[in-house]
Design a protein around this ligand. Structure first.
Ligand SMILES: [Zn+2]
Length: 494
């Protein structure tokens, strides 16, 4: 093997494949990445191992399925091998800059293997959030109760109350920057560039996780302008985000906000693209670019009412959620057209390791397709899994729900939802948007094949150290609960 190369891993939260230019989007979200894609391996159908963030990242960083350690374990277990730990042991300098996603924090094991790990969670950041008054006065409550007895009136009341709250909290001096909830891409790239500048000639691993396209959608004004959406002003942006978040609106009424919401989201993607151009420029200036592999992907997509939902609920495992962009730029490697069969994220870490000249550890569930990728690839299916009802893994009870299991090959996709006791088979060739599930008598062979794969996945032999990892993760959690408990502070005080 030749001299090991450095690795830059870029993950973008909520970036679905079909919102990038190099995957066919018609809006100018990714001009820089489109250029980069022309000299990169582009995987036409990369599939997240689970969604959202907490069910996806074990696949990306630890090359394993999210429920492999049992559903009670969230994140990376203490001592579990990841891209970062493997590279640190190989003598790499390592750093991560993560835009304040609480599920990617040290609490869930993500700092392991990083010499520098910044998640910006405990720091003061400009954040206004949706400042909607929560407490309704007693009179208000009484009116609401009465109004809801008649459904038309209830709806009218909700609308009036929403408008009232928007008026009450509106401010003329609002700016996109003051509304934003997560550090923007330029802030992260600044930090990463400082770190890169401080390195010597040792190979490095840099992980950047961007939240710019994540809700609430508050892109920088400059990105809106680049997307031709500068007519949306911050006050309107705040109104749109609050409206999009309303639990009392059905799909039909939400639809009128959809296009503007997508414009805000797309502008977030554009901002990431702009900043990546800057990062690559710095790598070039530091003479690091020719010895660096860059991998760009997303943890999951985002739904804009495609299947009636918003954001990225684990119970909605359709392609807008699971199909993510994946490009790998490897200096000196000729671009070949890659197979359009699904490529699971669990194979990404071992494949990237081999691409930089480092042997992947045997503990990984996924395996390297580096040799195959250089010839166009011969992977054939991907499995994804999550707990459908787990919208908040901080709540241990929510993690214990039933599984949603998805198996897909080039043409068909089977969704098994054990909670709803529902099975859906789609023909992605004739129905790429998954609008109509096939009837039980249709495509029986494909159904049987995917069911067999789903079963094989559930009954696959567990890795010998899974039990120990699961136990360590439980101990970590009990330790945290103990640290937060009253008894702990009393013990300290005594
Ligand atoms: Zn995410």
């Amino acid at each position: 093997m030749s001299e090991p190369k450095s690795l830059v891993l870029v993950t973008v939260d909520c970036l679905r494949a079909d919102h990038t230019g190099f995957m066919g989007y018609t809006q100018p979200t990714t001009p820089f990445l489109d250029q980069l894609a022309a000299e990169s391996m582009v995987f036409p159908k990369a599939i997240a191992a689970g969604a959202p963030t907490y069910y996806s990242f074990p696949g990306i960083l630890a090359a394993r399925f999210p429920l492999a350690l049992g559903r009670e374990v969230v994140g990376i277990a203490p001592g579990e091998p990841t891209l970062a730990t493997v590279l640190q042991q190989a003598g790499y300098r390592t750093a991560a800059y993560v835009a304040a996603n609480p599920y990617l924090s040290n609490r869930f094991g993500y700092a392991q293997g990083f010499e520098v790990f910044r998640d910006f969670l405990s720091e003061e950041l400009p954040y206004a959030g949706e400042a909607i008054p929560r407490v309704r006065t007693r009179l208000n409550q009484r009116i609401a109760e009465l109004a809801h007895k008649v459904s038309v009136l209830g709806r009218l009341y909700d609308d009036l109350y929403f408008e009232y709250c928007q008026k009450m909290t509106a401010s003329k001096s609002e700016s996109w920057d003051s509304l934003r909830r997560f550090p923007a891409a330029d802030f992260l790239v600044d930090q990463a560039c400082d770190w890169l500048g401080s390195l010597g000639r040792q190979p490095f691993f840099l992980w950047l996780h961007f939240m710019d396209p994540h809700a609430p959608y508050y892109p920088p004004a400059e990105a809106l302008k680049a997307m031709g959406s500068e007519r949306i002003l911050p006050e309107r942006g705040r109104y749109l985000n609050a409206a999009w978040n309303r639990a009392d609106l059905g799909v039909e009424r939400l639809r009128k906000y959809r296009d503007e919401i997508v414009r805000l989201h797309d502008s977030g993607i554009r901002w990431v693209d702009t900043q990546l151009a800057r990062l690559v420029e710095v790598l070039r200036n530091l003479s690091l670019w020719d010895s660096s592999v860059l991998v760009l992907t997303a943890d999951h997509g985002e739904e804009f009412l495609d299947h009636g939902g918003r954001f990225h609920a684990p119970s909605q495992p359709y392609q807008e959620m699971l199909h993510v962009p994946l490009l790998m730029r490897v200096p000196g490697v000729k671009k070949v057209a890659l197979s359009d069969a699904p490529f699971s994220h669990v194979h990404l870490a071992p494949t990237a390791l081999e691409a930089i000249g480092i042997e992947p550890p045997q503990e990984f569930e996924g395996h390297s397709y580096w040799a195959e990728a250089q010839r166009g690839g011969d992977w054939e299916l991907a499995v994804s899994e999550s707990i459908g009802g787990c919208t908040n893994p901080m709540d241990a009870g929510k993690r214990m729900g039933a599984r949603v299991l998805v198996a897909q090959d080039r043409r068909h996709k089977l969704v098994l939802d054990f909670d709803r006791e529902q099975e859906e088979l789609f023909d992605l060739e004739s129905d790429p948007r998954e609008v109509r599930a096939l009837r039980p008598e249709e495509e029986k062979l494909a159904r049987a094949r995917l069911l067999r794969w789903a079963l094989q996945h559930l009954h696959r032999p567990t890795r010998g150290f899974n039990r120990e990892l699961a136990l360590r993760a439980r101990v970590r959690e009990v330790g945290l609960e103990w640290k937060n408990s009253e008894m702990y502070s009393k013990t300290l005080a005594s």
